[in-house]
Ligand binder design. Structure first.
Ligand SMILES: [Zn+2]
Length: 461
């Protein structure tokens, strides 16, 4: 018997990230429409499905689609690597990123999200959590659809200060409702409630946003404590540290994903653990912005104590790239450095964070994050034929996290569809975006009054 839309996928190694963390050899995966329906012997599956399309190579390592749990899809993307690294983190955000966001047109949002998601999927990222600074969610949704990946999307949410799209509490809640409505019937993109966070949200907004997320069976995400200054501001205003204050408001829980939470005291760490609140760590951003991750960060400890942690790449002038494998490697290094008592090697932790562990932190472990029957067919095929892979190591996870490069990713399947093949996006013309990105960068910098320069002289002959 043959089925329509049937694909058989195989490689030399399949890292499933299932409950038992099985790694399969001589195996193949059968996909019908957008789901994994069978996993079995390669020979048998190919023979019993003669009309299926077969995708694979004995050189491929197959892993689940990767999950980027904190990513700004607009704003910095079109001025990537433009903000000087010599300035303070708050200056980079409020004197550069925020004015650029304020200058974005709907078309800037679409091109920015498309570029960002295209870059992401070529690095194996099949699900992206937009971190909540989008002016035109319907245009960002178009970017998701053009590239063909899944994710969540939010909109600006702050009711303190006068930043772009800052609004009354009612106004912010209304914007959030509109995003939930926009994505109500979407098969792969979900509206989340997204606040900017930090100290730019009133207690009332935070409580209403948390209830809105709970009532609509979706998630709430916001930024908190990437640097030490936030704790002092909260202490001055409320007499409590940020996480403790927010906990008093009754907003924490398994539906909440806090971006950062780098600076935590013991009591805040315990609160996050006990309330089952998830944390998205973007370690490259903390390093690039000099926010103290190596001296004060407690994400490895949070994870080792059973905390719901996931990894993100954050915005372009913080992390600068969407290389999630490299982010996972950095996190494995931070865990090594922390010298904690842990129950498995750091590489295994790192791979979990960007696959099944990430999915669990986002409340999506039944849908994505592993190669298992019934799950969405999101998978990454890595070419292991190059010299850097020779000879293959006995532990493929160790080699993947410590030794592999995202440039070895050959193909990516999302929802059963091959959307990256031979390192190129198939759904649209990547090169077609080049000129447009260039002119939009120029216009944005001009309208925001910013003038980045090369540190070393550039001479045009
Ligand atoms: Zn962020």
């Amino acid at each position: 018997m043959t089925e329509k839309n049937c694909v058989i996928l195989y490689g030399n190694t399949i890292i499933t990230m299932d409950k038992d963390r099985q790694i399969l050899k001589n195996a193949a995966i059968k996909i019908v429409k957008d789901r994994i329906v069978e996993i079995g012997t390669k020979k048998k599956l190919i023979a019993s499905n003669p009309e299926a399309s077969v995708i694979g190579s004995e050189n491929f390592m197959v892993i689940p689609g990767l999950i980027n749990a904190h990513q700004h899809l607009t704003g910095d993307r079109l001025i990537q690597s433009c903000i000087p690294s010599s300035i303070k983190d708050t200056e980079a955000i409020f004197d550069w990123s925020v004015p650029i966001h304020a200058s974005h047109s709907p078309e800037d949002d679409e091109i920015s999200a498309t570029l960002s998601l295209a870059e992401s999927v070529r690095c194996g990222i099949t699900f992206t959590v937009e971190a909540g600074t989008v002016a035109f969610p319907e245009m960002v949704l178009k970017g998701f659809e053009t590239v063909g990946v899944g994710g969540s999307i939010g909109s600006w949410g702050w009711d303190i200060g006068d930043g772009p799209y800052a609004d009354s509490t009612d106004g912010v809640i209304e914007r959030q409702l509109q995003v939930i409505e926009l994505t109500k019937n979407h098969p792969s993109v979900k509206g989340w409630v997204t606040l900017v966070g930090h100290d730019l949200m009133s207690d009332d907004l935070l409580q209403r946003a948390s209830n809105l997320a709970r009532d609509n069976l979706t998630n709430l995400t916001f930024h908190l404590s990437p640097h030490a200054g936030e704790a002092s501001k909260y202490l001055e205003k409320t007499g409590m540290r940020p996480v403790s204050h927010i906990n008093e408001l009754g907003v924490l829980g398994s539906h909440v994903l806090i971006g950062h939470a780098v600076h935590l005291d013991n009591s805040e760490l315990e609160t996050l653990l006990h309330s089952n609140t998830a944390v998205a760590s973007s370690p490259w951003a903390y390093l690039k912005l000099g926010q103290g991750i190596t001296k004060f960060g407690r994400h490895p400890e949070f994870l080792s104590k059973g905390g719901r942690l996931c990894l993100g790449c954050d915005t372009e002038n913080a992390g600068d790239s969407k290389d999630l494998l490299l982010t996972a490697r950095l996190f494995a290094g931070l865990m090594q450095e922390a010298q904690l008592e842990i129950d498995k090697p750091t590489a295994q932790y790192a791979l979990e964070l960007i696959t099944i562990g990430g999915a669990e932190a986002l409340g999506l472990k039944e849908e994505i994050g592993s190669i298992e029957i019934g799950k969405r067919a999101d998978m990454v095929l890595i070419d292991t034929s190059g010299p850097s892979w020779q000879p293959l190591a006995p532990d493929p996870v160790m080699q993947l996290i410590w030794g592999a490069s995202s440039s070895d990713i050959d193909s990516v399947i999302v929802g059963g569809k091959l959307i990256v093949e031979g390192k190129k996006c198939k759904n649209f013309d990547e090169l077609g975006l080049t000129d447009e990105a260039k002119s939009r960068q120029k216009n944005l910098l001009k309208s925001a009054g910013l003038n980045p320069r090369s540190y070393w002289p550039i001479t045009t002959y």
